[in-house]
Design a protein around this ligand. Structure first.
Ligand SMILES: [Zn+2]
Length: 148
């Protein structure tokens, strides 16, 4: 009889835990390696964060047609030139400038849809949505800012 009671107690404790919390804990357990941090936690970057650093960090690229691609490879060729390869197999040379369209689109999250072929994982899109760009606040993503 006492065993039955304790089992009932356990069930009650589990059920009373907030559903969101349980789900988050479960997803954290499944994706420990892929998602080291909570994708919904806001990350702050400076508005003037260098484009190549940003791309290298986020591994996302907004195309001119408004598709958000996932980046498979990214190679900096020079101070204003880099080559990127998307997961859907496109390779292109991108340029950085103060008025770069891609930098602005990335900051403003201007895209119509995520590229279906690139299959950007949901957590990455969530993380991107939670990323904030502010003037005078946040990381510049410079070499010396890196913690690891
Ligand atoms: Zn793509």
């Amino acid at each position: 009889m006492s065993a039955g009671r304790s089992r009932k107690l356990q069930v009650a404790t589990f059920a009373s835990a907030p559903a969101a919390l349980t789900a988050r804990a479960a997803s954290a357990r499944c994706y420990t390696r892929a998602v080291p941090t909570d994708p919904n936690k806001p990350v702050y970057y400076r508005k003037q964060v260098p484009l190549f650093r940003l791309i290298d960090k986020m591994k996302l690229w907004p195309s001119r047609r408004g598709l958000l691609h996932g980046i498979k490879e990214f190679e900096v060729l020079g101070p204003t030139r880099a080559r990127l390869t998307t997961h859907c197999g496109k390779t292109m040379i991108v340029r950085d400038s103060k008025t770069s369209r891609s930098a602005r689109w990335l900051r403003n999250k201007l895209f119509f849809e995520a590229c279906p072929e690139c299959r950007i994982p949901e957590w990455k899109l969530q993380k991107y949505a939670a990323t904030k760009f502010k003037r005078g606040y946040g990381s510049f993503l410079r070499e010396e800012d890196r913690k690891e």
